[in-house]
Design a protein around this ligand. Sequence first.
Ligand SMILES: NC(=O)c1ccc[n+]([C@@H]2O[C@H](COP(=O)([O-])OP(=O)(O)OC[C@H]3O[C@@H](n4cnc5c(N)ncnc54)[C@H](O)[C@@H]3O)[C@@H](O)[C@H]2O)c1
Length: 259
Amino acid sequence: MLEGKVAIVTGSGPNIGGEIARTLALHGAKVVCVDFLDDRAAVAATSINESGGEAISISADISTPMGVEDVFLATDKAFGRVDILVNNAAVNNEAGILDVEYEKWKWVQSVIMDGTMLCSQQAARRMVDQGNGGAIVNTASTTGHRGKAGFISYSASKGAVLQMTRTMAVQLAPYGIRVNSITPTQTGDSRGTTPGGSTAPRAAKPKNIPLGRWGDPSDQAQAVLYLASPMSAYVTGENINVDGGLLALFPSERDLGQT
Ligand SMILES: NC(=O)c1ccc[n+]([C@@H]2O[C@H](COP(=O)([O-])OP(=O)(O)OC[C@H]3O[C@@H](n4cnc5c(N)ncnc54)[C@H](O)[C@@H]3O)[C@@H](O)[C@H]2O)c1
């Protein structure tokens, strides 16, 4: 389905990003795995190459223009084009409005907002020059749709991702470049490994997810595959909630603290 396409996946760690990279590769894309931590990108690229796909890895910080330039120069050198960009890298900072530190607020914004903007800009410029469209898939969060106490930086940045998705989609539509997003809720297990993320143990079963289970990285990867492929040729500026129905649920009086 993606034969001849080149895809960049940022934040290709062992949880959602790695699974997205492997899924796109399985469907024929050549993949550029990007991560700033340890050897995470290399692990993802190696697993693709060992399964018969084609991938390279880049260790880079996508929150800075210089890091993003490294990613796209390496992509140009290896594959000479880019057709799909998945903006997946993120960090968290569990602090609310009363106690958030300015430097951490800026850090989360720089990875989620600046990283999404900088990578999208580089990808979109190349896609415009190439002249045959492209697909950008951003990663939001249920926390970007609803207020969540204690997550001011992350929720503000993820809300911005949803709005950047619509805004980029409108501008890039005349070039055949589609921009969409997915919205995961708690998925897989990155507790203790995500920079700034939670280390708290997760309950075996969720209380308020209608489908009755936590997300699996493959749930997110399948949605990205749809948005990155011609299956979604007439879809742009859209978000898919891959959240087991969480955002569809009307909060009960007990959840609202009104019992
Ligand atoms: N897992 C969940 O429960 C969940 C829920 C809602 C949304 N999401 C979103 O899904 C995406 C993937 O989540 P995940 O659980 O796989 O997270 P993760 O922490 O396992 O993976 C994110 C990866 O991004 C990398 N990264 C962070 N900053 C970077 C930078 N500046 N440059 C390059 N790489 C960087 C990290 O090293 C990490 O490997 C994120 O955007 C996250 O916000 C996840």
